[in-house]
Design a protein around this ligand. Structure first.
Ligand SMILES: C[S@@+](CC[C@H](N)C(=O)[O-])C[C@H]1O[C@@H](n2cnc3c(N)ncnc32)[C@H](O)[C@@H]1O
Length: 275
């Protein structure tokens, strides 16, 4: 692709979504632009970028951001975080919140929904009483395409085959033509919303558990620090943050406690709020 086009795209994506596309990622950017150009019926990537430059407020810019996100995910991804959730974190929080019976969970880079439905299955399977509490489960993503799929809870056989145990498929999904749909009664308990992590998130309630897995890797250190600080301030004291296996708070935010639980590392806010 034309070097000036690569610069235009990477600057725009960084400004709007904080996603860093270093020099060397031209091939990735070009292949995603080719797919976008085909979908939007442009004759070439050059023609697509020319239009983006010429029409700065065209909705095509929104679709450019979506096209530049990486939405890789799967059910029970990495397994151990969900074991820690089931064995240690949810029993602890259930006991702690027994008096006011509230539980607030946020899945902050939900992609196509496998992560939040995994959490929902852990809850329904092992802590069904909590679902009768004042229970808020918010799942957000920047990319509208993946958010729509998450909201629909609809998966291909290939997506199901990635990580979903057969007994869970039988219990929590129904077949709809060639796809599988997550159980509607539980699906409706999750609020799906568009949210850009580098913009405003004023609607978020005080949270007990945050999943923010495999998204900080796309950002630079200043953005990671800002997001981790913001999450720490909306987590309740003693609340838990799950990050991806390649992500950490170390050297970014030293006010989280790093806790190793059931072969996974999670991050906990101090029991007494410091800032
Ligand atoms: C690799 S997926 C991670 C999905 C899931 N959390 C997991 O670990 O399996 C990263 C997600 O982050 C989202 N994302 C990227 N930049 C974002 C931003 N600035 N605000 C919100 N979401 C963003 C992408 O759209 C994508 O769906």
């Amino acid at each position: 692709m034309r070097p000036a086009d690569f610069d235009y795209v990477r600057t725009y994506v960084r400004e709007q979504a904080a996603i860093v596309l270093e020099p060397g990622k031209e091939y990735l950017v070009e292949s995603r632009l080719e797919a976008l150009a085909r979908r939007e019926k442009f004759v070439s990537v050059d023609a697509l970028v020319d239009t983006l430059r010429a029409k700065p407020s065209d909705p095509l810019h929104r679709r450019l951001i979506d096209a530049m996100t990486t939405n890789e995910t799967s059910f029970f991804r990495d397994l151990h975080p969900f074991e820690a959730l089931r064995k240690i974190i949810l029993p602890e929080i259930r006991q702690k919140r027994e008096a006011d019976r509230t539980l607030n969970i946020w899945c902050g880079a939900a992609s196509t929904g496998q992560e939040c439905y995994t959490v929902m299955m852990v809850l329904a399977e092992h802590f069904p009483e909590v679902l009768a509490w004042n229970f808020n489960f918010i799942a957000t993503d920047l990319c509208l395409d993946v958010l729509n799929q998450a909201r629909a809870g609809s998966y291909s056989q290939i997506e199901i085959n990635r990580g979903l145990p057969a007994p869970m498929l039988v219990k929590y999904f129904t077949r709809k033509a060639d796809r599988w749909e997550f159980r509607e009664d539980l699906r409706k308990r999750i609020q799906f919303r568009e949210l850009n992590l580098v913009k405003d998130w004023a609607f978020m309630p005080p949270l007990d558990i945050v999943f923010l897995r495999n998204v900080l890797i796309y950002f630079d250190n200043d953005i990671k620090k800002a997001i981790l600080g913001k999450i720490r301030r909306i987590l309740r004291p003693g609340g838990y943050l799950f990050l991806g296996g390649a992500e950490t708070t170390i050297n970014l935010d030293d006010q989280y406690e790093r806790v190793v639980l059931d072969r996974t590392t999670v991050y906990r806010t101090p029991s007494i709020r410091t800032t």
